[in-house]
Write a protein that binds this ligand. Structure first.
Ligand SMILES: Nc1ncnc2c1ncn2[C@@H]1O[C@H](COP(=O)(O)OP(=O)(O)OP(=O)(O)O)[C@@H](O)[C@H]1O
Ligand SMILES: [Mg+2]
Length: 260
């Protein structure tokens, strides 16, 4: 066994090195990420926490290849996203990355089954029927497959979005506040899904959340503040996460959220 303290890149399903992201320029420039280095280990469920505006969504978007860094590098496995042209980046995102958006982003005119297989259909690939079948059972949507999103509850819609993110058997799934709009029961179901996917299906799951109870479902929590990584916590409990978050109070305003 190796006793090296640094993990080899292959043990990390996704990582960013010295990630800097600046939005805009001149007087209005915002340094959303200010030199973040963090790795997400394969087969683990990691939560990202931090005050509003601390750079959580920016980090996820850049790590997933949905946006580009201003400085530094982002890797999926050993692949440096900055080395890929648009076409290769699109292919990598399609084949290796899943994303769950806070706003679900389901297609209203497609039913549940069609929404789940949409990324695969767009890719012109053959779905892995066995995997999809298992996935549909895990998310508990078998009796809703022919419903449209408007005919589903918020929790059910989010479960469709989760199933869609996992449909193409990606290595890494990023989920931005997947339980933010859900009641605690639906939220709990989504969290168990994400945890099971990481541990049982050996996927890597990275989730942004504001909720210490949600974060406690993860194997590890990383904390961001002002665009920097400020802490990591293994085997979090809701109480320990809450204590850590209290340390942010005073340094940040929770009332200063951007209008949406
Ligand atoms: N497209 C953009 N143009 C300019 N500034 C942006 C843009 N997107 C984000 N920002 C700014 O970058 C900073 C980090 O934003 P980000 O969305 O990553 O925060 P967050 O931690 O996800 O916050 P929240 O918890 O409110 O979702 C914020 O100050 C935000 O205003
Ligand atoms: Mg955000």
């Amino acid at each position: 066994m190796s006793t090296a303290t640094t993990l080899t890149p292959t043990a990390l399903a996704a990582r960013v090195d010295n990630a800097v992201k600046v939005y805009g320029s001149g007087d209005t420039a915002v340094r959303a990420l200010d030199g973040v280095s963090v790795g997400f280990r394969a087969g683990r469920f990691t939560a990202i926490m931090g005050p509003s505006g601390s750079g959580k969504s920016t980090l996820m978007h850049c790590a997933a290849g949905l946006d580009t860094l201003t400085e530094g590098a982002a890797y999926i496995g050993d692949t440096d996203l900055g080395s890929l042209d648009d076409r290769r980046l699109t292919l990598l995102r399609r084949d290796r990355v899943g994303f769950v958006f806070q706003a679900f982003n389901l297609v209203p005119t497609l039913n549940v089954a069609e929404n789940i297989t949409l990324p695969i259909d767009l890719a012109g690939e053959r779905p892995d029927r066995e995997w999809l079948d298992a996935l549909i059972d895990v998310v508990g949507l078998r009796d809703r497959l022919h419903h449209r999103p408007a005919e589903l509850s918020g929790g059910q819609q989010q479960r469709v979005a989760v199933a869609r993110a996992f449909a193409g058997r990606p290595d890494v799934v990023f989920a931005d506040e997947p339980t933010g709009n859900l009641d605690s029961r639906s939220g709990g179901e989504v969290l168990r899904l994400l945890g099971d996917a990481a541990r049982q299906a050996s996927r890597t799951v990275v989730m942004v959340t504001h909720d210490p109870v949600a974060a406690a479902h993860a194997d590890e929590v990383v904390f961001l503040a002002d665009g920097r990584l400020v802490d990591r916590m293994e085997r979090p409990t809701a109480d320990r996460v809450l204590d850590r978050m209290k340390a942010f109070d005073g340094t940040t305003s929770t009332s200063g959220g951007e209008p949406s």
